[in-house]
Design a protein around this ligand. Structure first.
Ligand code: ANZ
Ligand code: ZN
Length: 828
């Protein structure tokens, strides 16, 4: 038999089939096809460097989904493009004196090569790059539509500022509170910037999470927390000796009697009016130090709580006590009203702060549990020390105090969100120019749609000067006002790259359309995306922004669906030496060398076998070798036996089989059935395990004594069935080898033109038998059991059957009489 083995020439085979898929257009979406559509989408990459095997997971999983659906006869759309604007390109330009476009285009070419070498198939006719004017023209159009609908506005906002580089920094450029380039501590500066009003969609973005039954719960939870809807109240505290009140947002109005001081954010607008002469110097020093920590650090790190008194006092409108007003770093200006009523006994942050600065603590909620000293009781309970509200359950108390506030003009019930409006301005060059013109006479004027695109100028100085690079180009800036034709100046900020990626999945439908961003009817036919695959690092922003833009387009009747992605799969990370693979850590593994040495089929198979795809997994070279050994086993098995197989199998002839053939058939059909279920839930690693078991079963079969594999014998027919099933299931995982072997088995058409086999229940059922269960000789039950079930399994199955349990209630089983494969008599 060994003589028949054909050498496994990986490189040749992989090249051959990649060219063949290209030639036949396997991955082309067929616009006129009557078949059901399937939109398979993988998050498009940011072309900042080469791909490592960790990135591969995303594309390989997506490719399996696409290929399986092609095999199922669906009209599959699986496109790819480039999230091509952004900071790394611009930094490379500054560092190497290379134009960002040149840098970006070279990275795109490189990544495309890598994807192709992996055998990942796309409809490349639909490729888009967000940095092309043919694309960003429509990103600008989105901006104009939002502006027209009152959803894009300009306002002052804080930005990270590096005093060393004299430039605004994106959050990603702030590392540990310092500038990533020059290590100078970053401060905050105020700039006029553009925002999208995503907050007016907050409730819908929250409520519609319920529609997303095909999303992982954890992603929905992350979105929910990010939106952060809180029901509460604003309570107005009069300030002693002043004619204004301080409004505080609280979710626990029931604790108002325990509010023993107020705390304001360092940037609260009333601060200067509240700081007394005595407290002035220290307070100013404190405010300065808070400002020096960047925006990001304030939001993300659990900093030590510090504060200073303002010297002013407020009146608690319920207790009428004078309570001190403090400034502290744990109150954020961006949330609620930027001022809180501190209730140390029921809020841990306030408790920590009170203990540190010796501020009064008063208990007003009695819980069912007692808490240790120094801990706040944050739960619900019964109100105490709360005047006429004492004795109420805290929830009831919240309601009553809310009503009281509103009736007496002391405040109101309200809802707050953590979600902020989307700051889209970037003081950067390599991005989509914001299509706005400023005119002395007409003010802020949107560029007319017919004047789009506002082209990004090619020759601009990149060296940081403290202003947007576009503000340095007089040629770009100076223009005519579209309204009065007088002199106008263009907006010099560019858009956040998340704007580019918030609608790319729509552009893939009509990537070359010139008179609109997409065709409405086509998009309504192809969307929502049937399966979206991507990294969990995008679980919040990218997905939220895409959902927002989709809802907006839905409102302006450009799309007829409320959500863009029906099913979402977030793959886990590939780790090396215990941490996520990343260029900055220097622990990446390049696919190029591995694909060169073992072939794409091996790298793909290992990537899919490494573990449950939604979980993180450690990369191991030994695992790659294992996958390669397995594929070589498949290769040898099929090539050695292929000439002894009949050209075709008739299932009908495989019904009444003897022992070794029957066992192999059972293995075949159990594998098909199991793999299909696994695939539906994207349990791809277990599909691979089943294929491995099937290959073992095939070897066991051909090596059994007495087995005859010939064209005429049933052995040949069963083995052919086994090979075909195996290759069909292996095809999405290791497509090149599967195609080659499929062809060797005599098939003229691509394996992807054939559907997975249906499992044969007959083949599975043969392996079951009916056990008759008697109690004291009387038949009480019939149970289906797998052939070969052990004595213990048989007894257990009988004892857990309801009619048997009923029989044995009053008289326990004393003895079992077992006739294997037929009968169990229980003597009670
Ligand atoms: C009094 C109080 C008593 C509070 C109590 C809690 C427990 P969520 O659920 O996240 O919305 N808070 C309000 N604005 C804040 C800001 N700008 N920065 C920091 N903290 C702020 O939390 C709302 C609660 O967080 C509010 O309710 C307020 O503290 C605090 F026993 O007010 B609470
Ligand atoms: Zn004008």
């Amino acid at each position: 038999m060994e003589d028949n083995e054909v050498p496994y020439n990986v490189r040749e085979i992989e090249k051959k089939w990649q060219a063949e898929w290209d030639r036949t257009g396997l991955f082309k979406m067929k616009p006129a096809s009557p078949a059901k559509k399937f939109y398979c989408l993988m998050m498009f990459p940011y072309p900042s460097g080469e791909l490592h095997v960790g990135h591969g997971r995303n594309y390989i999983i997506g490719d399996v989904v696409a290929r399986v659906n092609i095999m199922n006869g669906m009209n599959v759309l699986s496109p790819m493009g480039w999230d091509a604007f952004g900071l790394p390109a611009e930094n490379a330009a500054i560092a190497n004196n290379l134009h960002p476009e040149v840098w970006t285009k070279s990275k795109i070419a490189r990544i495309k090569e890598q994807l192709q070498a992996w055998g990942v198939g796309y409809d490349w006719d639909r490729e888009v790059a967000s940095c092309d004017a043919t694309y960003y023209r429509w990103t600008q159009w989105m901006f104009l539509k939002l502006f027209e609908n009152g959803l894009a506005y300009k306002a002052n906002a804080l930005a990270n500022w590096c005093p060393g580089c004299k430039t605004v920094l994106a959050n990603e450029q702030v590392v540990g509170g310092a500038c990533e380039r020059c290590d100078t501590p970053v401060t905050l500066t105020e700039l006029e910037q553009w925002f999208f009003k995503i907050t007016s969609y907050a409730d819908r973005l929250l409520d519609d999470l319920d529609l997303l039954t095909g999303w992982p719960e954890k992603v929905k939870t992350m979105q929910k927390n990010w939106i952060g809807r809180s029901e509460g109240a604003e309570i107005n505290f009069p300030v002693k000796g002043k004619d204004f009140r301080l409004s505080c947002f609280t979710t626990r109005a029931d604790t108002i009697f325990g509010a023993t001081y107020l705390v304001l954010s360092a940037d609260h607008p009333k601060i200067s009016e509240l700081i007394t002469d005595a407290c002035g110097p220290e307070a100013m020093k404190f405010i300065e130090s808070v400002r020096r920590t960047s925006l990001k650090a304030q939001w993300e790190t659990e900093e030590e709580k510090c504060g200073v008194p303002t010297g002013s006092f407020a009146i608690n409108p319920f207790t009428h006590e004078e309570i001190p007003i403090w400034i502290a770093n744990y109150v954020l200006l961006e949330y609620g009203t930027g001022a809180i009523m501190a209730v140390p006994s029921h809020d841990q942050r306030d408790m920590d702060f009170s203990l540190k600065y010796k501020l009064p603590i008063r208990e007003v909620v009695k819980g069912r549990k007692t808490v240790p000293p120094g801990a706040a009781y944050e739960g619900e309970g019964v109100l105490i020390n709360s005047g006429t509200f004492s004795g109420l359950e805290s929830e009831k108390g919240r309601e009553k105090i809310g009503e009281y506030l509103e009736c007496n003009g002391l405040g109101r019930r309200t809802v707050k969100y953590k979600l902020r409006d989307w700051l889209v301005s970037r003081q950067r060059y390599w991005g989509t120019p914001i299509p706005i013109i400023y005119c002395k006479k007409c003010g802020t004027v949107p560029v007319p749609e017919s004047d789009l695109p506002v082209l990004l100028p090619g020759n601009v100085k990149f060296q940081p000067t403290g202003r947007s690079p576009l503000a340095e180009s007089e040629e770009f800036l100076n223009t005519k006002c579209p309204r009065c034709s007088g002199p106008g100046r263009r907006e010099s900020d560019t858009m956040d790259t998340f704007v580019d990626s918030s609608w790319y999945f729509l552009r893939f439908i009509n990537p070359k359309k010139e008179d609109g961003p997409f065709d409405v009817a086509d998009v309504n036919k192809w969307l929502p995306v049937d399966q979206y695959v991507g990294g969990v690092e995008h679980a919040i922003l990218h997905l939220l922004y895409s959902r927002f833009i989709t809802k907006f387009l839905n409102d302006i009747k450009m799309v007829n669906f409320p959500e863009p992605f029906e099913n979402l799969f977030t793959q886990g990370m590939i780790l090396k030496d215990g941490s996520a693979m990343s260029k900055s850590r220097g622990n990446t593994v390049s696919p190029d060398e591995l694909v060169g040495r073992y072939g794409a089929d091996t790298v793909r198979l290992y990537t899919l076998f490494i573990g449950p795809p939604e979980k993180d997994a450690e990369w191991s070279e030994r695992g790659v070798e294992g996958a390669n050994r397995f594929l070589k086993r498949v290769w040898r098995l099929v090539t050695e036996n292929r000439e002894s197989l009949p050209a075709r199998v008739d299932r009908g002839s495989l019904r009444a089989l003897e022992e070794p053939e029957r066992v192999l058939r059972r293995e075949i059909h159990a594998a098909i059935k199991g793999a299909r279920d696994d695939l539906e839930r994207l349990h791809l690693n277990t599909v691979v395990s089943r294929l491995m078991e099937l290959v073992n079963a095939c070897y066991l079969y051909v090596q059994s004594p007495g087995v005859k594999v010939t064209r005429e014998d049933k052995g040949g027919a069963v083995l052919r069935e086994a090979f075909e099933a195996l290759l069909l299931m292996l095809a999405p995982f290791s497509p090149h080898m599967s195609e080659e072997l499929w062809q060797m088995l005599g098939h003229k058409q691509s394996i992807f033109m054939s559907a997975w086999m249906e499992h044969d229940n007959g083949a599975l059922a043969q392996e079951e038998f009916t056990l008759v269960v008697q109690v004291n000789g009387k038949v009480r039950a019939r149970i289906q059991l797998p052939t070969g079930a052990s004595r213990q399994e048989v007894e257990q199955a009988a004892l857990s059957h309801p009619s048997i349990t009923a029989q044995l209630k009053s008289r326990p089983a004393a003895k079992f009489i077992h006739v294997e494969g037929k009968l169990l008599n229980i003597v009670a």
